[in-house]
Write a protein that binds this ligand. Structure first.
Ligand SMILES: [Zn+2]
Length: 306
């Protein structure tokens, strides 16, 4: 099957079709087959045209691949490096559970959490260990199976497929997911439906308006084919406000990575630094040490269902 950038979309935040090209496409072959799409979609710096809405400033990929291709590619995706990175993710998510506990009503009779795009279920497992009734939905068949093999409650598919009752959860989390969705507004409405009134929605994503992203310009490594939306705290807050949420707070937030993995993440920034740092990590056998990483270009936003 051959695919092309054939989906020309309006702004998902304000509906306008009035955008300015921010970064031109870097695709060398804009018409490729579906298998190639899956393999190359995680490459840094390879992306379709990225535009900024002239009305509301939302940044997004346009034109882009067909939505059906995007959905299909997520259902078949496998990522063994994520399993290897489990330790780093345990540290990252552990730090994120306490804020939810402080944000839900202290007298709430339930503590129910849903992680949308839960992948192998690290967040759910940690939440369960802290006494939450925790659920996940995950489109990758492989990742959902990994999670269920650990005894976790994970539904394969998307939130709209999952048939979750209305007003059920106290907290919904979405970690590094919203930038991949074809229709974030629709998904925010889905989250609104399953949250209880007063429930908390926590979203972690990349920040196109961060100092680091602006300084890196077209070399910002998060400009990738898999990323369809590039939010900022401002555009994301606006989308949430339009769909029944009130902002609680938003702040820059990094993550924990093992040094061995971090080294591989430096490569797109600087080849020289990558080689020098890589040699040090190997020499002193530091590959498994976990370190906090924060360039200020990732943020977490907490909002409450009105
Ligand atoms: Zn707009």
């Amino acid at each position: 099957m051959s695919v092309v950038l054939n989906e020309d979309i309006p702004c998902n935040l304000c509906g306008a079709r009035d955008a300015t090209l921010l970064y031109p496409s870097t695709l060398t072959n804009p018409s490729l087959n579906a298998a190639d799409f899956r393999c190359t979609s995680s490459e840094y710096g390879v992306h379709p045209p990225i535009v900024r809405c002239n009305v509301c400033s939302l940044v997004y990929a346009n034109p882009r691949w067909d939505s059906s291709l995007v959905s299909e590619s997520y259902s078949v995706i496998e990522d063994p490096t994520y399993v290897e990175e489990r330790a780093g993710r345990v540290l990252t998510f552990s730090r994120n559970l306490a804020p939810f506990e402080n944000l839900i009503a202290p007298n709430s009779p339930t503590r129910r959490l849903l992680d949308v795009g839960c992948h192998i279920g690290v967040m759910i497992e940690l939440a369960q260990a802290r006494g939450w009734e925790a659920w996940g939905v995950e489109p990758s068949v492989w990742a959902a199976e990994q999670a269920r093999a650990r005894g976790l409650r994970v539904v394969t598919g998307t939130l709209s497929d999952a048939q979750i009752p209305e007003n059920y959860f106290d907290v919904v989390t979405m970690w590094d997911v919203i930038e991949h969705l074809t229709d974030p507004t629709a998904e925010i409405c889905n989250v609104h439906r399953v949250l209880k009134p007063g429930g908390v929605f926590a979203i972690h994503t990349i920040d196109i308006e961060s100092l680091f992203a602006r300084a890196m310009g077209k070399r910002w490594p998060w400009l990738m084919e898999m990323h369809l939306y590039y939010f900022s705290p401002k555009t994301l807050s606006k989308m949430l406000a339009q769909n029944g949420f009130r902002l609680i707070r938003s702040s820059a937030q990094g993550r924990y990575l093992r040094l061995g993995y971090f080294v591989t993440r430096i490569e797109p920034y600087s080849k020289l630094l990558y080689r020098a740092f890589g040699a040090l990590v190997t020499r002193f056998n530091l590959g498994s040490v976990a370190i906090p990483v924060n360039f200020g270009d990732l943020f977490t936003l907490y909002a409450r269902k009105i």
